[in-house]
Write a protein that binds this ligand. Structure first.
Ligand code: GLU
Length: 512
């Protein structure tokens, strides 16, 4: 690579960023960083009808949450600005007119109604209408109007568009880094509009002009833009500019493998498809995903390192990423794998980090429990939350799970699983628990190991089956037969709390 690498992410502000868009931004970022190049954010807002307020801010916030940083963009400025196409508007007409002058484009004055009529006539005959070499000489354009007539129409303010004159009988060979060479017969192409009657360029024109002016060296974008490649390559040629390299990323497919992943799949199967919430639809951030987990998952969605390694920091991804290892075929979105990544990143966090994230959830949940706890539960000190987290994290996928599976560390159980009660709470259980309370009151140190020795020894002396004591004890302390090592739980919640909970259970469940 001779020139410094410059890539761009060029979203249209037409709504929230889909997870596929985040992946495109990520691959551009990885590629730029790997080659010591620059990543540009360009907002492609030439389609005024599709503009959605708030999308640009959303895109910036979402990508910053993911840790994807730009070197240039509307929020940062830079030597090739402005970075919003609407602010670059004055330049595009000039470029389109240049193409008209050198014979690669033409003015077309057909009204939408007349084109609709012709389309309908052909469709009635089972044919399709394309504006191209086959019929352009019969349509209302500057290819066959006299120069004077064309100028007159323009001077009179007639509505016009500028169309690209796609050549007849040419075989194009398009090069794509991921897909290799793609042969195209220009006869199947239509004469795309480059400049619209509203005075705005179309995506195609603005995109090529800006990629050229911004000195973009590699265009890395979604596969849905592959059909535009033939036009784009021809536009570079018509302008006499060197084209960048192109890489079209594979589509992201539904979990079942067929068809493109849609917003509805997420709603149906309960997983987010947006990085941040948007208009009532939840986002990865709000669902408790760590940005590092989302990034790692997305990096692997269409790319592989060629080894068994699955966990990568951003730095490692930058080091290993290459377009040569991006797949051609669609990448199946696996929501379970997505969660697995979050689980892995949760395991990597220290108890202190997790406790800090869990604390606001505890506060909120204890607030909601107000009234059901007597005395009311209070938020324990950080050191206590850290210890609880250390016991719970192994099974957690999200920070929220730490509360869901371990609320008994922070509030005594308000109910007991009826199935467990039925099976484990026998006629003599209350008496056994009463004796156990005496033991717990009398025993010296209240440490996990000491409790384990003492209680096991006591069970032996009483000649009781182990489960007859341990199952109801767990039920009394936790409310269910779940959770980590019981003696660890006992040590953490402490002697008085253990006694209170056992006595409460005896009172509630009594002798049956
Ligand atoms: N504005 C286009 C989009 O919304 C950009 C496509 C491209 O990268 O060329 O995805």
């Amino acid at each position: 690579m001779k020139q410094p690498v410059r890539v761009r992410f060029a979203p249209s502000p037409t709504g929230p960023l889909h997870i596929g868009g985040v992946r495109t931004a990520l691959y551009n970022y990885l590629f730029a960083k790997k080659h010591g190049g620059a990543l540009v954010l360009r907002i492609e807002d030439t389609d005024q009808n599709r503009y959605v307020e708030g999308s640009e801010a959303y895109i910036l916030e979402a990508l910053s949450w993911c840790g994807i940083q730009f070197d240039e963009g509307p929020h940062l400025g830079g030597p090739y600005g402005p970075y919003r196409q609407s602010e670059r508007k004055p330049q595009y007409r000039e470029y389109a007119e240049n193409l008209v002058r050198n014979g690669h484009a033409y003015y077309a004055f057909d009204t939408p109604e007349s084109l609709d009529r012709q389309r309908a006539t052909l469709e009635a005959q089972g044919k399709t209408f394309s504006y191209n070499w086959e019929n352009r000489d019969a349509l209302l354009n500057s290819l066959h109007l006299s120069e004077q007539e064309t100028q007159q129409r323009l001077a009179n303010g007639a509505e016009f568009v500028i169309r690209f004159k796609s050549p007849k009988d040419e075989k194009l060979v398009l090069q794509d880094t991921i897909r290799g060479n793609i042969a195209i017969d220009t006869n199947i192409l239509d004469d795309k509009v480059l400049f619209k009657s509203d005075g705005m360029p179309t995506y195609h024109l603005a995109n090529i002009v800006d990629d050229h002016l911004m000195q973009i060296t590699h265009v890395i974008r979604g596969e849905e833009w592959l059909p535009s490649l033939a036009l784009h390559v021809q536009l570079y040629r018509a302008f006499g500019w060197e084209a960048p390299e192109f890489a079209h990323l594979p589509l992201i497919m539904k979990p079942e493998g067929k068809g493109k992943l849609s917003k509805r799949d997420g709603e149906k199967l309960g997983f987010p498809v947006y990085p941040l919430q948007w208009d009532g639809a939840t986002g990865y951030r709000e669902s408790g995903y760590f940005p590092q987990a989302v990034i790692n998952f997305l990096a692997m969605l269409g790319w592989n390192p060629g080894t068994e390694q699955e966990l990568f920091s951003m730095e490692e991804l930058i080091g290993q990423f290459s377009l040569a290892r991006v797949h051609k075929s669609g990448a199946r979105f696996d929501p379970e794998k997505n969660k697995w990544y979050n689980h892995q990143y949760l395991q990597m966090k220290s108890p202190l980090e997790l406790a800090t994230l869990l604390k606001p959830i505890i506060e909120q949940e204890l607030g909601a429990l107000q009234g059901s706890q007597n005395p009311p539960a209070t938020v324990p000190p950080m050191a206590y939350i850290e210890k609880a987290v250390a016991l719970l994290k192994e099974r957690a996928y999200f920070v929220r799970d730490l509360w869901e599976s371990g609320s008994y560390f922070f509030a005594s159980p308000t109910g007991f699983n009826p199935k467990v009660v039925k099976k484990q709470w026998k006629d003599d259980t209350a008496a056994i628990m009463g004796d156990l309370c005496e033991l717990l009151e009398a025993t010296g140190r209240f440490s996990s190991q000491h409790l384990e020795n003492t209680i096991k020894e006591w069970i032996g002396e009483q000649e009781l089956p182990f489960g007859k004591v341990m199952a109801p004890l767990r039920l009394a302390l936790v409310g269910d037969l779940m959770g980590p090592h019981l003696f660890d739980i006992m040590e953490l919640i402490g002697r008085q709390e253990c006694l209170d909970r056992i006595r409460f259970a005896v009172k509630q469940l009594g002798e049956r």
